[in-house]
Design a protein around this ligand. Structure first.
Ligand code: 0O2
Length: 263
């Protein structure tokens, strides 16, 4: 194999992983800030190690000058979802984004791999502005549930340890675990609505509380001490009531008060 300038080869992919992480994490954060349900539960990313790149290039007989063109997962992003139904929503988000172009999709959820592996893969072309100019690179986005990921991570470790030849007794256990993960996803789906509603409510409650605390903090500078005493007492009462409507009404009241002091 010819000489590879690893720094020059990998830097754009490192940049892509960082940018993609930021973009998908921002999306998740934005949903939460807006009190909306986020189909993205968490996001991670990794750069393929040179040894793995060489290994794959060797297996697929890819010459060094074709690595960028033929190996599509040097930059990898993994998006984890709580429920199987969320995966389709994330897939739609990726398909409609203006800052990346989907070139291939592999649905290992409908078509589970013989190993038991389930995940949705999307290969994208991603534009980058690097120090050496504009370029487009491939990146792989893996989308799966937490249960699918739990299994895949465990299986990956075993496959690595046994260099792909997992002993029969372990393989049987793994197959059982894959079925259990599949059933867990199915069971979770049956209470999905209850869980997502509860999470949205918690998010709204947290956002309102943060606004109230900001308001109280600001009022300390301008309001009378007796008024602040009253406000603090009322806050404790409203907080203890765990009533979102009461929290909202109290927050509105503080907004009006803050406005009055501003005037
Ligand atoms: P790593 O360490 O994650 O980078 P190929 O290598 O040809 O089989 P191909 O055609 O590039 O793979 O794409 P494929 O099969 O759609 O996806 C490859 C990646 O999906 C793998 O990357 C794994 O991350 C994951 N994957 C695919 N099949 C399995 C499986 O049976 N078990 C687990 N745990 N993961 C799987 P790499 O390069 O193998 O490894």
């Amino acid at each position: 194999m010819g000489i590879i300038n690893w720094k020059e080869l990998l830097y754009p992919y490192e940049q892509a992983v960082e940018e993609l992480l930021l973009k998908f994490r921002s999306l998740e954060k934005e949903c939460r800030r807006l009190g909306m349900y986020s189909p993205i539960d968490s996001v991670s990313g990794r750069l393929k190690r040179p040894a793995s790149i060489l290994d794959k290039a060797g297996k697929k007989q890819i010459p060094p000058d074709k690595i960028e063109e033929k190996i599509e997962d040097i930059a990898g992003i993994r998006i984890l979802c709580q429920f199987v139904e969320d995966i389709e929503k994330v897939v739609q988000i990726v398909r409609t984004r203006a800052d990346m172009r989907v070139v291939e999709e592999r649905d290992y959820i409908t078509n589970t791999k013989p190993s038991g592996y389930r995940s949705y893969h999307m290969i994208i072309r991603y534009p980058l502005n690097t120090a050496l100019g504009y370029k487009e690179i491939f990146a792989e986005i893996q989308i799966r549930t937490n249960a699918m990921n739990f299994w895949a991570t465990a299986e990956h470790s075993l496959r690595y340890k046994y260099s792909g030849n997992i002993p029969q007794h372990l393989q049987e256990r793994l197959t059982n675990c894959a079925e259990a993960a599949f059933r867990l996803d199915q069971e979770m789906t049956t209470i999905r609505e209850e869980i997502t509603n509860a999470q949205i409510l918690n998010e709204i409650r947290d956002n309102l509380t943060a606004n109230i605390l900001d308001n109280i903090q600001n009022l300390y500078f301008v309001a009378k001490l007796e008024d602040m005493d009253e406000i603090n007492k009322e806050f404790v009462e409203v907080w203890n009531s765990e009533d979102v409507d009461a929290l909202r009404a109290f927050n509105d009241k503080l907004n009006v008060l803050a406005e009055m002091y501003r005037v």
